[in-house]
Ligand binder design. Sequence first.
Ligand code: MLT
Length: 235
Amino acid sequence: RFSVEGLGDAELSGATAVVIDVLRATTSMVQALASGAKAIYPTASTEEAVKLLQSIGRDDTLLCGERRTRRIEGYHLGNSPSEFTAEVVAGKRLIMNTTNGTRAFLAAESADRVIAAAFNNLGAVTVAVAGVERLVIACAGRSGAFALEDTLCAGHLIRRLRAAGTDPLILTDGAIAAEALADAFPVGDTLASTAAGRDLAEAGLGDDVADCARFDVHSVVPELDDRVIRLPHGG
Ligand code: MLT
């Protein structure tokens, strides 16, 4: 059974959860881990992030995140995927705090497995979840509201699972709607036209939207384990 949910709606216990925040949290996480970051600590507030940095107390740790698309004051990095290059993040731990995306991971914590997905790693995620019995695709959205880009990505994941012959594919109404969106909306143009896409363009971050619209750039499947997102088995 495959469902697409907003946060808080889903029964997560016993399920595999795929968390999606295309613009830009999960895209940046995928980029960071593909660039060799050791671990990402998702946090729910700037206070929690700073406290965690103090308690970890290590100089290989970077604070990253955004408020209203901009880097948070005093943080090392913002939330543009292009900031997470190997030169900057390889071997580093990242404490991340974003408006919706990092909170979505903490909200999905009670699932058996919690995986980060974006267009950038969709093929690898498809392979990773193809056999699961109950999949909940948790769309981060925006402040609890629907975000087209996340549901569109969910729809593409379902489409790929169907193409891979996943059977039985029993879809909730949300999942049926997501798949229909994937059939109807071209990814690149649609991402640019969403509220998040427009806000990023207005902030001069239009290139981020294009980066987030790219399919299968990376083959990593980040997974949350004990409040830390990393690549299982280090790769
Ligand atoms: C979020 O977590 O809300 C997003 O990733 C926002 C952003 O990157 O601008």
